[in-house]
Ligand binder design. Structure first.
Ligand code: 13P
Ligand code: SF4
Length: 368
């Protein structure tokens, strides 16, 4: 059914879009934490030590680019051992990060679940800030680092904790579900979190006739189309997925009627109406592994198509390229800096963390 009502930032307070840079910290060298910068020369030894990694990405990274990346990749993999660190990487990270330095890759739900299991001292989150916050919430004793703390998200920036309190005043007693693409401050105000993998299941688990679902209006519409629960939505949108159009998808099909098209549920409804399959990034990858289409269009952030093509070179990808500028703030170079200096460390006010953790854990503990 259509969503019941929709509210947005204009109905409440105004706020800036981007995440502010973290306040300047005392340099790690002064704190006695920095490690010496390794040599980043391309040598026969680097070539030998990274040959098995190049094999994983040879279909998506040209040989001429590898000597520029391999020394940093080798240095990062050595530093992970020295720091007792693991790297968690979202499916939207570039192939040299996703396939060559990450220990665990996945969608938001998989990364959250994996974060609860990490035994190492340090987690380096290659993704955006809300993902690093989620790891910190779920494993608070670890040092959680994000290589660039400005890596935000248009959805997370669209809503504040104060907005959620105002929605609750307007709809007393109506439970609130927050997409994980929100700040810890927002998670602290809601009843439960969800990801695009489990949004319908989470909404239905509340057994309520109406649910406030925030902040993604398109994911809210997708959920509303799959359930009888009445959905009150928020006007947030993903700046990457909202740019796709149904007309664009129709043009791919006209050019090749045999092409398969799969889309992320953050896309507008006219886009999802044209897709052969809709699912989270992990569900999309599993669909490709299972169906092995000959020609495929992935309607999502474009590094994911590179990561899948590296794994499944027999699947021919048409690549409409919408980049997430926030995900792209993470680079090999700042991952290396992060491990050398142990910055930028993600911290959360303990009073907020306790309440936000409850919302995320409630989602993770939901029985299938
Ligand atoms: P997934 O949970 O599907 O990985 O989505 C996260 C995200 O930010 C998509 O834009
Ligand atoms: Fe946020 Fe969209 Fe980027 Fe995902 S792709 S992090 S939802 S802006």
């Amino acid at each position: 059914m259509p969503i019941t009502a929709i509210y947005g930032p204009d109905d409440f307070a105004k706020r800036p879009q981007d995440r502010p840079a973290s306040p300047a910290r005392r340099p790690a060298g002064e704190r006695g934490l920095a490690l010496p910068r390794p040599s980043l020369a391309w040598t026969p030894e680097v070539e030998r030590a990274t040959a098995h990694l190049y094999d994983r990405v040879k279909d998506v990274i040209p040989p001429i680019e590898w000597p520029l990346m391999a020394p940093t990749i080798k240095a990062i993999n050595e530093l992970k051992k020295a720091r007792n660190a693991v790297i968690l990487a979202h499916n939207y990270q570039t192939p040299e990060i996703f396939h060559c330095v990450a220990d665990i890759g996945g969608d938001s739900l998989q990364l959250a679940v994996e974060a609860t299991k990490v035994k190492s001292d340090v987690i380096v989150q290659c993704g955006v800030h809300f993902m690093a916050e989620t790891s910190k919430l779920l494993n608070p004793d670890k040092t959680v680092l994000i290589p660039d703390s400005r890596a935000g998200c248009s959805l997370a920036a669209s809503i504040t904790g104060a907005d959620v309190r105002l929605l609750r005043e307007k709809f007393p007693g109506v439970p609130v579900v927050a997409y994980v693409n929100t700040s810890a401050e927002v998670k602290a105000e809601v009843d439960i979190c969800c990801t695009s993998s489990n949004a319908v299941q989470v909404v239905e688990s509340l057994r309520a006739p109406s649910v406030i679902f925030l902040p993604d209006q398109y994911l809210a519409k997708y959920v509303a189309s799959k359930t009888d629960v009445k959905i009150i939505a928020w006007k947030g949108a993903c700046e990457v997925h909202e740019r796709f159009t149904g007309a664009e998808l129709r043009s791919y099909r006209e050019a090749d009627p045999s092409v398969q098209i799969i889309a992320h549920p953050e896309c507008p409804p006219d886009v999802l109406a044209e897709a052969d399959f809709t699912g989270s990034t992990a569900h999309m990858i599993n669909w490709v592994r299972e169906k092995r289409p000959k020609r495929l269009v992935m309607i999502t952030e474009c590094s994911m198509a590179d990561n899948v093509r590296a794994e499944l070179p027999d699947v021919e990808m048409l690549r409409p390229c919408n980049l997430c500028p926030h995900m792209k703030r993470i680079t090999l170079s700042n991952i290396l800096d992060s491990l050398l200096t142990l910055q930028e460390e993600v911290t959360i006010d303990p009073a907020i963390a306790a309440r936000a953790r409850r919302s995320v854990e409630r989602m993770i503990n939901l029985k299938n």
